[in-house]
Design a protein around this ligand. Structure first.
Ligand code: MN
Length: 229
């Protein structure tokens, strides 16, 4: 996409003009981040490309501050359906620990050939998640698996000291649960044949909600208040 020149000339923190990061995509490539409390907490950053989830482990998680470059270790491709997994991988298994679906949405490549850009180790893209939005870059740094995840200056950029997205929005994008709640509540383990954990979890969450509200119906609340008086 040829907006580089347009963007280079503008500081979107100082002008109300659009950066062009809100344009609509015709393709919906999946983007997601799983917060993973394995032996070391990290954030698994995943982009759908050529039928798999290209994956990077980001030890410190993303930063919305363009001045901050976050190390992103390229790890093995994951299947697309892994992108809806949230739960606990049993101890002793590979990656044992709790996995939270931390952010989810789509990504829009800003390179004419996204796969070539990936192979060249220099990717530009727009994220449309719930937590991460706008322009980002993933740049390989020479050594084989080591990349950097960097926010590009636009209206979604934030000073790290003012807004640390990993601290401000620590919970699940899917269930709003904390890491601890997922660890405690999740008796489920990873079933590779379970097609859509996402839908399952949303259904479960809705069920739990309805139960709560129906057991404390309005009438009952009014009655109990009257009795007390
Ligand atoms: Mn991981």
């Amino acid at each position: 996409m040829a907006l580089n020149e347009y963007r280079r000339k503008r500081n979107f923190n100082k002008t109300p003009e659009p950066s062009g990061s809100k344009i609509k995509s015709t393709k919906n490539y999946r983007y997601l981040i799983q917060k993973h409390a394995a032996s070391h907490l990290h954030y698994d950053f995943r982009l759908e490309l050529n039928g798999v989830l290209k994956s990077w482990a980001v030890p410190k998680g993303p930063s919305l501050d363009p001045k901050i470059k976050r190390l992103a270790m390229h790890v093995e491709d994951h299947p697309i359906e892994y992108g809806s997994f949230q739960g606990t991988i049993p101890k002793g298994q590979y990656g044992g620990g709790t996995v939270m679906l931390w952010d989810k949405g789509t990504w829009l490549p800003q390179d004419e050939n996204p796969y070539a850009a990936y192979q060249a180790g220099n990717m530009k893209f727009i994220l449309r998640g719930k937590k991460l939005k706008g322009l980002w870059k993933l740049i390989r740094t020479g050594t084989e698996n080591s990349w950097l995840l960097i926010k590009t200056q636009d209206e979604y950029a934030q000073d790290q000291a003012e807004y640390d997205v990993t601290l401000k929005e620590p919970n699940s994008v899917m269930t709003k649960q904390t890491m601890e709640q997922i660890a405690n509540n999740s008796k489920k383990v990873w079933h590779s044949n379970r097609a859509d954990e996402d839908t399952q979890n949303i259904k479960l969450a809705k069920k739990a909600k309805t139960k709560k509200t129906s057991s404390v119906s309005k009438n009952k609340v009014v009655k109990s208040v009257k009795k007390k008086r």
